[in-house]
Design a protein around this ligand. Structure first.
Ligand code: DAK
Length: 276
């Protein structure tokens, strides 16, 4: 059993019973996914991360979900990281599998057809910062604290942090945060491009939902094409990526949505997109 025979680890599901560790609420085309382990500052253990991965996989295939919002329960944490108590019992093989599970969740956020938004309502540390980095957009409460403190545990970020933090900000800033383990407040995160915007804590969810519902009204085909094209921006061959952008641009002209969007403009009305 990947969680080991250690009774300390086995207590977790017993204490939490059959309570949902991942809450999914649908609101006008947006799915709000909440990691709900506030007593552990929403740290991800095996059950929680597996449930999160499963929900993200399901939502990525759900045509009625136009946008995915990721957040944490309570007012202290987005996700305080991978569960350190769970990780302390892992051997090398188990740690690799654990790394893959986190990568899968992050990769879903990064590549699912729908836009993904992290609503960072508190601590986003280690694996929590990494999942936020895998989202397309990041909004933070002024109380948020972000960072990759793994170095203080004698490990390194294992769910993409070494790559995505450098891509989202700069190589130098990523090295500073990952090598020193220093955490930053929301304002510094904003200054560095680690988050898109900062709000007062009580304004975070309304602000995120406003953006989510704006996105939900756009053509999902165009959003997906844009997301995929931008995902290539910092990797691969530039000329090839430009050629792909051209192809995708052209292909969209076969869609009802492109006809609708272009026609609605000419007719001075709001477009109504259908996802075809
Ligand atoms: N794991 C487990 N429990 C956690 C936790 C975490 N990451 N963060 C907080 N908690 C728990 C605390 O243990 C405490 O539980 P009880 O002791 O009450 O049972 C409860 O949440 C409240 O936390 P505190 O009492 O500590 O609250 P404070 O306000 O005093 O401090 C804090 C808040 C966020 C500063 C502190 O809790 C903290 O430093 N937490 C750890 C943050 C952290 O280091 N996060 C990074 C985790 S490492 C890999 C795969 C994945 C990863 C790496 C490699 N491979 C496969 C290679 C990912 C690594 C990480 O994410």
């Amino acid at each position: 059993h990947p969680r080991g025979a250690d009774g300390r680890h086995r207590r977790v599901p017993a204490r939490e019973g059959s309570r949902q560790l991942i809450d999914v609420r649908h609101e006008g085309g947006a799915a709000v996914v909440t990691v709900d382990r506030p007593d552990a500052l929403n740290a991800l253990d095996l059950e929680t991360l597996t449930a999160l991965r499963d929900q993200l996989r399901r939502l990525s295939e759900d045509v009625d979900t136009k946008v995915v919002v990721l957040t944490g329960a309570g007012d202290r944490a987005f996700i305080a990281g991978a569960d350190i108590k769970y990780m302390s019992g892992l051997d090398v093989e188990q740690a690799k599998a654990w790394g893959e599970l986190g990568h899968e969740a992050a990769r879903l956020l990064e590549t699912m057809p729908q836009p993904t938004i992290a609503a960072i309502n508190g601590f986003a540390l280690g694996g929590g910062c990494e999942l936020a980095l895998a989202c397309d957009l990041r909004y933070a409460s002024s109380k948020a604290k972000l960072g990759q403190p793994e170095i203080n545990l004698g490990i390194i970020p294992g769910w993409g942090g070494t790559q995505r933090l450098a891509r989202a900000t700069t190589l130098g800033f990523a090295k500073e945060l990952i090598l020193t383990g220093r955490t930053v407040g929301a304002d510094e995160a904003l200054e560095r491009g680690l988050v898109n915007a900062v709000t007062e804590p009580e304004d975070l969810l309304p602000r995120v939902m406003e953006t989510a519902l704006q996105l939900a009204a756009k053509s999902p085909l165009a959003l997906e094409a844009a997301k995929q094209a931008i995902n290539r921006a910092l990797s691969g061959d530039h000329a090839e990526n430009l050629a792909r952008e051209s192809d995708r641009f052209g292909e969209l002209f076969a869609s009802e949505d492109a006809k609708e969007g272009l026609t609605a403009f000419a007719e001075k009305r709001e477009p109504k997109f259908v996802g075809r």
